[in-house]
Design a protein around this ligand. Structure first.
Ligand code: PEP
Ligand code: MN
Length: 356
């Protein structure tokens, strides 16, 4: 439910409206000011409309049947133009701008030398952010679990050296503080998309959140997971389509390209794509990445490893640095073909790679 306030609504009246909402056990999210001021009341029952209309300062009340009121595109008050929406700034670049943001790096941080090499390679080819897991959610307890806090330090140092912000996964509420100290963006992975304690914990930080779609999650469940983060106080959420599990095992997952334009329609949050986990095969990753940009993705998350054959996780889907460099050139062409561009690398002009 949305209560639109009258232009003359003063501070005392506004406080009384918020008080009435909270007394009903609901949350009041105040947005805008002046003639655009409104209060979103997620989860309000129809009877709340009468309560709100009776209060001084409320001009009109809009019933909203959206179960994810804070992330729904209409909650942003825009007209549904896919180009307008929330912008999320991370390490000198902005998700949700016309410029497409590329996050690249290995699946996992494996050591100082390899993360340094990966960071240099992706930066030289035009990546904007460095990815790499330090806490790895592995299907088998016998697989490489990541270097933990040491991995965070190595990732942050490699990012600093190359002038790239870093994004890395957080797998439990207990380590949110530690990861947030080292990372510019917190990744919540597919396996944790409905770890509600974790969603609340990242929602209480001031770090932007990269929320990946669960491998069995519907679009609505993804949006409700984002609603958890935003309602906990963190508006900076970027959604990521990374493939869902289907009957076909020819690819690791089935990349749902339609999720991109659908999410752009449903939510004001930026939407990016992860073709690496989406198909799980290096030879297919470039085509899927190009399709994602053509479909309107605001960015990409790509696994790149200096020597994929020796990678400790996800080698078969990791691009080699030269594959990645070629892909960036083609992404630039597709971005321009759909009226966009790649974001400007966050580097001094003198060392910017020349794409065209
Ligand atoms: C990852 O990005 O390395 C990862 C584990 O991704 P997902 O959660 O999508 O499987
Ligand atoms: Mn991976």
């Amino acid at each position: 439910m949305i209560a639109h306030l009258s232009p003359s609504c003063g501070l005392r009246e506004k406080a009384a409206i918020i008080g009435a909402i909270e007394a009903a056990g609901l949350h009041a999210h105040v947005e805008g000011s002046g003639t655009c001021a409104r209060i979103l009341v997620p989860g309000a029952r129809p009877a709340m409309k009468r309560v709100l209309l009776a209060l001084s300062g409320v001009e009109r009340v809009e019933a909203s049947d959206s179960s994810y009121a804070l992330v729904a595109r209409s909650a942003e008050g825009d007209s549904g133009d896919a180009r307008t929406g929330t912008r999320v700034r991370v390490g000198g670049v902005t998700f949700g701008d016309p410029g497409i943001v590329i996050c690249a790096g290995p699946c996992a941080v494996e050591g100082e030398e390899s993360i340094g090499e990966a960071a240099r390679a992706v930066r030289e080819s035009g990546a904007h952010l460095l990815r790499g897991g330090a806490f790895k959610p592995r299907t088998s307890p016998y697989s490489f679990q990541g270097l933990g806090e040491q991995g965070l330090r190595l990732l942050a140092e490699a990012g600093r050296r190359e002038g790239l912000g870093v994004v890395t996964e957080v797998i439990s509420p207990e380590v949110v503080g530690t990861v947030a100290r080292h990372a510019d963006m917190l990744q919540v992975g597919a396996r944790n998309m409905q770890n509600f304690a974790l969603l609340k914990a990242v929602g209480e930080t001031d770090r932007p959140v990269l929320l990946k779609r669960g491998m069995m999650a519907t679009i609505e469940e993804l949006l409700l997971a984002a609603e958890y983060v935003v309602s906990a106080g963190n508006p900076s959420v970027v959604l990521c389509e990374r493939g869902i599990r289907s009957f076909d095992r020819a690819t690791r997952n089935t990349f749902d390209v339609s999720a991109i334009p659908l999410l752009k329609r449903e939510t004001h949050l930026p939407v990016i794509a992860d073709p690496s986990h989406g198909c799980g095969r290096r030879d297919l990753v470039p085509s899927v990445a190009l399709a994602a940009v053509a479909a309107g993705a605001d960015g990409l998350l790509l696994e790149v490893h200096p020597d994929p054959a020796r990678a400790l996780s996800d080698g078969p889907q990791s691009l080699r640095p030269d594959d990645f460099a070629r892909l960036v050139q083609r992404l630039d062409a597709v971005a321009h073909a759909v009226g966009r561009e790649l974001a400007q690398p966050n580097l001094p002009q003198a060392v910017r790679p020349s794409l065209r």
